[in-house]
Design a protein around this ligand. Structure first.
Ligand code: AMP
Ligand code: MG
Length: 267
């Protein structure tokens, strides 16, 4: 999966990654879905172990253009995990109280606890994305935030958090198709927001903001992955695989009791 990881210091060139790609799983959709089922079983086991061992914290950051598939990723990749140990934190337009604080204030309190996986559906990155594109604060406020973000994530990492950040990479045509689908399908219409059409007009500005954010903040301890996301099944497979490989790398084990408990008789 190194194919999609942005090395520290390397400029992220989104045009170098094809949103339609399925190169790592050429088998196609049906085989891909079967593979995802197997990966879900593995993820469930690793998450159980993470919870039981109680040593590590895991933070998964999801960012994308509108209709990029953040909600679908959460639904499909994490289906079947134990809800006791997995939490989703969604970051919306900040409340007046949140706006009255520094931009990381609301984010830090949602960071994962020991034994937990927390998924950020949007994140502190909005503060260098939408905030930059819509000029909600001046440049001399948003530009220093890259460094604040690097420092914040380093703090989390050094205190035991494993961080994975995914940019769900869809094409402009795919976004059009998905927004039309939301408009036309009664079961999806609740998600249709005319505001998304306004954001779509700023596609190029968002893309530039994403490239800068990813380039500025992909580090060893908090890497960005640019995931081809036009094909949902492929997106799910790539993210599951990165997550599972990372959890395996934590080398976890079930805690040993301090004494031989087999001597106890349960009456
Ligand atoms: P959704 O994820 O579709 O529910 O939309 C959430 C909205 O909140 C999006 O339009 C985001 O751009 C917006 N949002 C999230 N974080 C921020 C932020 N820090 N500043 C301004 N808008 C934000
Ligand atoms: Mg939306």
């Amino acid at each position: 999966m190194d194919r999609y990881r942005i090395p520290p210091g390397a400029g992220a060139d989104l045009s170098a990654i094809d949103p339609d790609s399925k190169e790592l799983f050429p088998g196609g959709k049906d085989a891909g879905r079967e593979r995802l089922k197997a990966l879900r079983v593995e993820l469930r086991e690793l998450q159980e172990l993470l919870y039981a061992e109680g040593k590590h914290k895991v933070l998964v950051v999801l960012q994308a253009m509108d209709a990029g598939g953040k909600d679908g990723t959460i639904r499909h990749v994490f289906r079947g995990v134990n809800p006791s140990g997995v939490r989703v934190a969604s970051f919306k337009k900040p409340t007046p109280e949140e706006l009255a604080h520094d931009f990381l204030w609301r984010v830090h309190q949602e960071a994962p606890a020991t034994g937990e996986i927390t998924i950020f559906n949007r994140s502190h990155y909005e503060d260098v994305l939408v905030v930059r594109v819509k000029e909600l604060v001046p440049e001399d406020v948003w530009r220093p935030r890259y460094e604040h973000i690097r420092n914040f994530e380093r703090l989390l990492a050094e205190e035991g958090t494993t961080i994975l950040k995914f940019y769900l990479h869809i094409s402009k045509d795919e976004q059009k198709a998905r927004l039309e689908d939301r408009r036309d399908r009664p079961d999806k219409r609740w998600k249709f927001s005319p505001g998304d059409l306004e954001e779509r007009k700023r596609w190029d500005a968002y893309r530039a903001a994403f490239e800068d954010a990813i380039s500025e903040t992909s580090t060893e301890h908090a890497p960005w992955y640019v995931v081809p996301a036009n094909r949902k099944w492929y997106r799910n497979l790539v993210i599951s695989t990165v997550l599972i490989d990372t959890l395996r790398g934590l080398d976890m084990s079930y805690p040993e009791p301090g004494e031989d408990v087999t001597k106890y008789v349960v009456v």
